[in-house]
Design a binder for this molecule. Structure first.
Ligand code: MG
Length: 183
């Protein structure tokens, strides 16, 4: 039950993922969601995110931004980032993910999707057969209200943690493990 909604791993943020370990496991490309995964919804990139992309590229991995948002949003985001992208991706439909693999010139087993939403990012990745990492969605300081979908996600994650589907990528989380990374 819920298998299509289960990520391979959970992380507190994109900074907790050990991209070099992913490389050692044969991963050659990371497909990122943007909004609430890399920055708060609609925000420009930050120097930390720009640096993260440079580090990932230095580790030998390609990157692709896969977003349901439009081109204007992506163009604004990638001012200092050299990356492939696909906008208007219609996640969780699997077509965008397949196009992403084509652009990256990778097989589905060589890529990992990273996103903050189970019902779009993770569901789509599973439909396309690509491993995925769910990160804790970015909230602004003082922001407390979450939508109904987020409550459903919490329930699914509680169930997920008790299954054999957790930690399917092995030990790829930095800073003290992942078991409490996404609440
Ligand atoms: Mg998102």
């Amino acid at each position: 039950m819920f298998k299509e909604l289960f990520p391979y791993e959970c992380a507190g943020s994109v900074f907790e993922i050990d991209y070099r370990k992913l490389y050692k496991k044969g991963i050659r490309g990371i497909i990122f969601d943007i909004d609430n995964t890399l920055v708060h919804h609609g925000d420009d990139s930050t120097p930390e995110i720009d640096r993260l992309f440079r580090d990932i590229h230095d580790a030998g991995l390609k990157t692709l931004l896969l977003t349901n948002n439009d081109e204007e949003r992506v163009e604004r985001f990638i001012k200092n980032i050299d990356t492939l992208y696909i906008c208007d991706a219609e996640k969780p439909q699997p077509e965008g993910y397949r196009k992403a693999l084509k652009k990256l010139k990778l097989k589905k087993s060589q890529a990992v999707c990273v996103g903050d939403q189970i019902f779009t990012d993770i569901l789509g990745a599973n439909r396309a057969g690509i491993p995925s990492i769910l990160v804790k969605y970015i909230m602004l300081p003082g922001e407390t209200k979450i939508g109904k979908r987020r409550y459903a996600e919490k329930l699914i994650l509680w169930y997920y943690r008790h299954t054999r589907y957790a930690h399917r990528l092995g030990d790829i989380i930095m800073r003290g493990g992942s078991s409490n990374a996404v609440e």
